[in-house]
Write a new protein. Structure first.
Ligand SMILES: Nc1ncnc2c1ncn2[C@@H]1O[C@H](COP(=O)(O)OP(=O)(O)OP(=O)(O)O)[C@@H](O)[C@H]1O
Ligand SMILES: [Mg+2]
Length: 174
């Protein structure tokens, strides 16, 4: 007879992973998915597969417009997974409070309370990790080269989550 064990029938979880460049978001998302049995969406391979061939220069607003299109589609699938009581981990950059807010609002509409997992490490550590990742090109975490210029461009854009955002979540020092 089927026996209920462990987390199998627990409530579906929706987890948003955020943090600055190289904080370890994708690494963390991969291991969390394994641990809790969740579906993962990571934005970098989506952008790489769908749009890298169409990119003529590094244009941030061009990219963000397409990131937002991916967000829409990723949410549509996430919603179906959550409706089936599956858990979803979103590794979608979530640089700004507004981006996170979009997904909080989506989740609230279906009566889910998403968790925000905020990852952080010092700038020096993150820079070293990115350099290493550029060399190793491990496909589980590497989608494209992140140059020094890109790293420094993104640095001031990251908005640290506030207490309200983290009220249902946690900070992880990586
Ligand atoms: N806790 C950790 N300790 C040491 N190395 C780590 C840790 N987490 C991730 N790394 C390594 O650091 C590099 C960057 O990690 P990862 O790709 O997961 O970061 P990210 O936050 O997803 O980066 P990005 O902002 O570019 O998406 C990878 O090579 C990974 O193997
Ligand atoms: Mg990543």
């Amino acid at each position: 007879m089927y026996e209920e064990t462990g987390n199998r029938n627990d409530m579906a979880r929706l987890i948003l992973v955020c943090g600055p460049t190289g904080a370890g978001k994708t690494t963390y998302a991969l291991s969390l998915c394994k641990e809790i049995g969740a579906i993962r969406f990571s934005i970098d391979p989506w952008m790489q597969t769908l749009f890298s061939k169409d990119m003529t220069s590094l244009d941030y607003s061009w990219m963000m417009e397409r990131v937002n299109r991916c967000y829409e589609q990723i949410w549509q699938v996430s919603e179906q997974v959550l409706a089936l009581n599956g858990s979803v981990v979103l590794d979608l950059g979530f640089t700004t409070k507004a981006q996170r807010g979009v997904f909080f609002a989506h989740a609230n509409k279906i009566n889910l309370h998403p968790e925000l997992h905020y990852l952080d490490a010092s700038k020096d550590i993150r820079k070293t990790r990115i350099k290493k990742r550029n060399l190793e090109k491990d496909p589980s975490v590497y989608s494209f080269e992140v140059t020094d210029t890109m790293f420094h461009f993104m640095e001031p854009k990251f908005e640290v989550p506030d207490q309200v955002e983290l009220s249902h979540g946690c900070k992880v020092n990586t």
